[in-house]
Design a protein around this ligand. Structure first.
Ligand code: SAM
Ligand code: DTB
Ligand code: SF4
Length: 332
């Protein structure tokens, strides 16, 4: 399919998504004059969502640091000297207390992350109890615990887990430059197990890791062409962490970042595109452009897993200035 045709299919995807994006077509859309790109992205966004509503998710690190994986961007890898103190798995009651605070502050989804390669059998009961407890608060539940086999995915689904976050992070080509302890194919296998269990998939990546434009485009082509596009697509801007291999990486140029968001919106019209990590380094104007380009979800609260995030006051002030409202819980 050529780019023009592909774009018209995407615009028409108000009625149904296209799963056969080629790299050439995606690149042609990415490279449109900026105003044309944003116009197309906003048109598609309006056809599928209320353009003035943004979904709020809250993160909690339920097990921090000491991770055996060597992801080059991550503060929690035991391969790097980020100075982070490792901790044990959090108590179930504490997780539920934190989730209650997040719900009362307006978050509709609670995402619990653990610095694991994959969950151990001995941790599964506690993790299941966390899902059940948070679910009982009336929130959507999400977890990110590393690789899952089908049995683990099915047990989490059974406990009431709505979403599983597992990012492909970058293109298949660039993956081994960033992580050596697992492969791109391992990531796709877990995504298939999550999908087969019936849970919703949250899958995206990081930009600003020294990758090329082609890597960002290929990452989005992989995501859009999954058997089902992910329900949520987090686009993280690298937070450079001192002591990690990417601690000195150059920041991505803001217009390039906005193009990535717009392309994600056009290629995955019905997915929530989350403006994820890195917002503390973005101006209000850059965030406003990202919302115009189709981002409609953020993480709220003053920490992500280990790194900083704009606090509630800053986000409410920005939302007021932009006339943006959070998704209401009843709309879930
Ligand atoms: N250990 C699990 C895993 O890797 O699947 C879950 C936690 S991991 C921290 C979740 C995601 O956070 C990563 O896949 C990556 O996309 C993102 N992330 C981690 N560190 C980051 C950083 N410094 N800047 C931006 N995104 C980051
Ligand atoms: C995702 O894509 N971004 C979130 C969530 N999924 C788990 C994590 C961002 C982590 C940022 C770095 C930190 O807090 O350590
Ligand atoms: Fe571990 Fe996840 Fe960090 Fe990689 S991104 S080092 S798997 S916590």
């Amino acid at each position: 399919m050529n780019a023009e045709l592909q774009l018209s299919v995407a615009v028409g995807s108000i009625h149904g998504a296209s799963h056969d994006w080629t790299r050439e077509a995606a690149q042609a859309v990415h490279d449109l004059p900026f105003n044309d790109l944003l116009f197309q992205a906003q048109t598609i966004h309006r056809g599928n969502f209320d353009p003035n509503r943004v979904q709020l998710s809250r993160l909690l690190s339920i097990k921090t640091g000491g991770c055996p994986e060597d992801c080059g961007y991550c503060s929690q890898s035991s391969h790097h000297q980020s100075g982070l103190k490792a901790s044990k798995l959090m108590e179930v009651q504490r997780v539920i207390a934190e989730a209650t605070k997040a719900r009362d502050a307006g978050a509709t989804r609670y995402c619990m992350g653990a610095a694991w390669r994959s969950p151990k059998e001995r941790d599964m009961d506690a993790v299941v109890a966390m899902v059940e407890g948070v679910k009982a608060l009336g929130m959507e539940t999400c977890m990110t615990l590393g690789m899952l086999d089908l049995d683990q995915a099915q047990r989490l689904k059974q406990a009431g887990l709505d979403y599983y976050n597992h990012n492909i992070d970058t293109s298949e080509r660039y993956y081994s430059e960033i992580i050596s302890t697992r492969t791109f194919a391992d990531r796709l296998e877990t995504l298939a197990n999550v999908r087969d269990s019936g849970m919703k998939v949250c899958c995206g990546g990081i930009v600003g890791m020294g990758e090329e434009k082609a890597d960002r485009i290929d990452m989005l082509v992989t995501l859009a062409n999954l058997p089902e596009p992910p329900d949520s697509v987090p686009i993280n801007m690298l937070i450079p962490i001192e002591g990690t291999p990417l601690g000195e990486a150059d920041a991505i140029e803001p217009i390039e970042f906005v193009r990535t968001i717009a392309l994600a919106r056009i290629m995955m019209p019905k997915s929530h595109v989350r403006l994820s990590a890195g917002r503390t380094a973005m101006s209000d104007e850059m965030q406003a452009l990202c919302f115009f380009a189709g981002a409609n979800s953020i993480f709220v609260g003053d920490t992500l897993l280990t790194a900083e995030n704009p606090g509630e006051d800053k986000d409410s002030a920005l939302f007021r200035r932009l006339g943006i409202k959070p998704f209401a819980r009843e709309a879930l």
